[in-house]
Design a protein around this ligand. Structure first.
Ligand code: VAH
Length: 314
């Protein structure tokens, strides 16, 4: 069986659907710290706190998972409001899952890192797989430390743990929570509701982004690759397309001509975004396990507006 920890989140929600279609409805157990808003279709949901080691032990004992996806985390902006909780969840949650995965012989573990592992002195453009990494957010620091811990558990104990440095992820099914890149999701909701959006990042803040379908497909490609193909056990750089709020607004205006974007000053998320890369070099993922993004900015804009209109009844 497959267990997804943190299945209520932006990625977990969609990963659950795709993994259930791949492995079967009853083969995927979803779990999070609280019940999902919509009852779980397959009914295999467990309320669990990944910091509760005993409860996690009971979960692994009950389901004997062959794969575990750990998506429970506190993201960048929220992490700056709750630094100790972010470090605790992001690191001790990971350690609990890695230890139990070893104890129960889990064959594969997935853990998401982030381009937030790069910092103010990392190269900004086409940031390479290996670079100076001086993240100055608790989220980025915890993800950098987490990468080193994953690589250690692989090298020292032989655990097949695999990881991707996700850029900002854009999706319509589940709202993101507490991220810095989330402007690129909120903007679509606001554009459809009010034809205007007050953006918390400046017009020329370029960030690497990825459409959710690309992120999910990339994650499954990584997890399905033969172990010997995985040459990086910290975490793979990955990206789809880089753009600025101004570029995104122009793309939206091709569909909603009256759309107007305005910009707030001094939002704390600007300082976070300024430490992150503008674009990412993901050559290692392309070479090792055939990564290739499929959605560009035009595709993303068209799909977000269409799907939000058809499904969210804005
Ligand atoms: C965040 N969406 O904004 C996450 C992600 C690269 C950004 O890690 O914190």
């Amino acid at each position: 069986q497959v267990i997804i920890l943190g299945s209520n989140g932006q990625i977990g929600t969609e990963l659950a659907t795709v993994l259930r279609s791949k492995y079967g409805q009853t083969q995927v157990v979803t779990s999070d710290i609280r019940q999902p808003q919509l009852p779980d279709a397959a009914g295999l949901f467990e309320t669990i706190d990944v910091l509760d080691r005993r409860a996690l032990h009971a979960l692994f004992s009950k389901y004997r998972p062959t794969q575990v996806y750990l998506l429970a985390a506190i993201l960048s902006a929220t992490g700056e409001k709750l630094p100790r909780q972010a470090w605790d969840l992001n690191i001790n949650g990971l350690l609990n899952v890695l230890d139990l995965s070893l104890e129960y012989g889990v064959s594969k573990v997935f853990w998401p890192s982030s381009i937030a592992v790069f910092g103010p002195n990392s190269p900004k453009t086409n940031t390479p797989q290996y670079a100076v990494m001086d993240p100055n957010t608790v989220y980025g620091i915890s993800k950098l430390a987490g990468e080193r811990i994953c690589e250690y558990y692989h090298l020292r104990f032989g655990l097949d743990v695999r990881s991707i440095r996700y850029p900002g992820i854009i999706s319509w099914k589940a709202a993101p929570g507490g991220g810095t890149t989330d402007y690129a999701v909120h903007i679509f909701h606001e554009a459809l509701k009010h034809s205007t959006y007050n953006c918390f990042l400046s017009a020329n803040t370029a960030l690497p982004m990825l459409y959710m379908d690309d992120a999910i497909r990339g994650t499954l490609s990584l997890m399905d690759a033969p172990a010997e193909a995985i040459r990086i056990r910290s975490s793979y750089n990955l990206t789809g397309v880089s753009f600025t709020p101004d570029m995104l607004a122009r793309e939206i205006r091709k569909i909603i001509p009256e759309f107007v974007i305005t910009y707030t000053e001094n939002d704390p998320r600007q300082a976070i975004a300024d430490t992150w890369p503008n674009s990412i070099d993901d050559a290692d993922a392309r070479r090792d396990w055939g990564w290739q993004p499929q959605y560009d900015l035009t595709d993303i804009t068209q799909l977000m507006i269409k799907n939000l209109k058809d499904n969210i009844h804005i």
